[in-house]
Design a protein around this ligand. Structure first.
Ligand code: ATP
Length: 359
């Protein structure tokens, strides 16, 4: 798929930009603070409904502006065009698909963006939440029932947590329906996640060993969030007293995690910072590759500040892989990254929140 048009209003320093994009590689070049990353953030917002930068979604809204909107025209491999939009006016976010009001789920299903950026190493070195988000984004795109199960799970979790916080005088019977719902939806979500991990493993092995051959074979480890010996419902009932003391539910798919161990680096602490970044990049490219083999089209790939994140050899390897795959790629840099010199790429100059194509 490719973004043929990206219109951004009121996002950080971008007050009003409207650009046309083609196939292949696009580079956004400009000084620090010019607004390059914000362009990638806008594309990512259409795909995830949030930014990849930490902090509140509210920080995206331009200081002093009352509204923010991002609109994209996404051309799919089979020729179909999806017109996707997300916006915020006052305190409300809204989503639009093909001119009609839509849900966030409908919009993000039409626009898939994977993004490698300076914070991506958190996928390997950070907390479990980042890894669950990665996993669930992939599962969402291959399993149709995922979103429904996930929403039911979140609702039941919220209800059980609020009962836990109401104190120990709450009758056990009040917990039972929510624990049954948690147990049923957790089994579903866990099965989908496990299927996804089985699917992605060969993609991970290929993409990470291409970037880090010196680390040897990799193993994917997964913890589902509760033990395998008994149904989650039974374990939640046993755990209730301790959960009341803690004020939240300590077992379930919201506690799941996964990790990668290498033959020559069995612990995460054995990886250098650069190797963490390359492993994270390998995970993102594997996810893009799996998406492509499942959907018949590559997601849009964003590489923020490529030249300062990777050494030249790895920059060249990544660019060559994406070039061969004919993926639409959006890259940022303070100058044109060396591996792109000589390749046909559309270059945009970014200055103080304004974008101009360089001919
Ligand atoms: N909510 C906001 N309203 C207005 N301006 C903002 C807001 N948030 C951030 N900015 C400004 O917008 C710009 C965002 O820059 P961005 O991170 O996109 O730049 P960049 O070109 O990628 O920079 P670098 O090369 O330093 O990473 C910065 O100048 C920042 O101060």
């Amino acid at each position: 798929m490719k973004l043929e048009r990206l219109r951004i209003q009121g996002l950080r320093c971008l007050s009003g930009s409207d650009i046309e994009l083609g196939a292949g590689i696009h580079v956004f070049v400009g000084a620090n603070g010019a607004g390059k990353t914000s362009v990638l953030e806008a594309a990512f917002l259409l795909s995830h409904g949030r930014s990849f930068r930490s902090g509140a979604k509210e920080a995206l809204l331009q200081r002093g502006a009352s509204a923010l909107s991002v609109y994209g025209e996404v051309r799919h491999e089979e020729g179909r065009l999806s017109r996707v939009g997300l916006g915020r006016e006052g305190s409300r976010w809204n989503a639009r698909l093909d001119g009609e009001s839509a849900t966030l789920g409908q919009v993000v299903r039409e626009c898939a963006v994977v993004c490698f950026e300076p914070g991506s190493h958190a996928l390997i070195a950070g907390g479990a939440e980042e890894r669950r988000r990665y996993l669930d984004w992939g599962v969402f795109h291959v399993e149709h029932d995922f979103l429904l199960a996930w929403r039911r799970y979140q609702r039941a979790l919220k209800q059980r947590n609020s009962l836990l916080r109401s104190g120990s005088m709450i009758a056990d019977e009040l917990f039972l329906p929510w624990e049954a719902e948690l147990s049923q939806t957790a089994e579903q979500i866990d099965r989908m996640r496990q299927r996804y991990l089985d699917l992605i493993l060969p993609h991970l092995a290929a993409s990470i060993s291409g970037l880090l051959p010196e680390l040897g074979e990799l193993q994917l480890r997964y913890r589902r969030g509760w033990t395998d010996d008994r149904p989650l419902g039974e374990q939640l009932a046993d755990q209730r007293g301790r959960d009341i003391a803690r004020g939240h539910t300590t077992l379930g798919v919201h506690r799941a995690d996964w990790s990668i161990a290498f033959e020559h680096a069995p612990l995460r602490e054995h990886l250098s910072r650069g190797q963490e970044k390359l492993t994270a990049l390998g995970c993102l490219l594997a996810q893009a590759g799996l998406y492509a083999s499942h959907k018949g089209e590559w997601p849009i790939v964003c590489l923020d500040d490529l030249a300062s994140e990777l050494d030249l050899t790895h920059q060249t390897a990544v660019v060559a892989q994406l070039y061969q795959a004919s993926a639409q790629v959006l890259v940022t840099g303070t100058e044109l990254p060396a591996p792109l010199q000589g390749l046909s790429a559309q270059v945009f100059h970014v200055e103080q929140g304004r974008l101009a194509p360089l001919l």
